[in-house]
Write a protein that binds this ligand. Sequence first.
Ligand code: PXP
Length: 239
Amino acid sequence: MAQLAVNVDHVATLREARGINYPDPVGAAVAAETAGADGIVVHLREDRRHIKERDVRLLRKIVQTKLILEMASSNEMLGIALDIKPDCVTLVPEKREELTTEGGLDLITHQDHIREAVTTLKNAGIAVCIFIDPDLDQIKIAHKIDADMIEIHTGAFCDAVTKLQKQREFLRIVDAAKIGTKLKLEVNAGHGISYNTIKAFKGLTEISEFSIGHSIVSRAILTGMEQAVRDMKQLILAL
Ligand code: PXP
């Protein structure tokens, strides 16, 4: 049964739109867990555009399930991770000007640097996941550098417009999930998943966890966080 990790970044986005102290992503995390979330995810970006260090520190204290910290592999972020000790770090590429994470980590280019980050985090007892495009060569390197998990970037599938594009992108995810499992990596998936696109994953039992933020926080504005998480959880239970 796949798990649901709820990303609460965009609760902080709303807070930062006014530069005040509400809504609080920490409160959203409590509501998400009450409704059955299996983990809470936040992305602490270099520019601190939504989540702040204060949020991660508070979440470390109150999250009952598991805290997953998305971050770049910079020295600054590694220092923060070693200090706060989330249960898991998901290493992502980061560009200052992007609206959201645009692609998976390029391990072919950055293999040595990422290997070092993986070793540092694992030595501190933090599980390491690598956000990666559904590309077999990249996944083989994730295995080689000793990552515990991969999170397959589902953005190209979720954003595809034509049926053919969707089919092609989904097949890439299926192949990636199968090779990851074969290499004994835990396989997660995320980015752009909605209450509609989640249904495509029916039967793809290789996926252990879905990391979902924008669609859940968007629905939460209309239905409340608990209902929004329950709705997504139910769809995942039906896969
Ligand atoms: N996984 C990763 C690595 C991400 O960077 C994001 C976006 O912060 C997500 C999952 C969640 O994506 P979305 O907000 O589109 O559900």
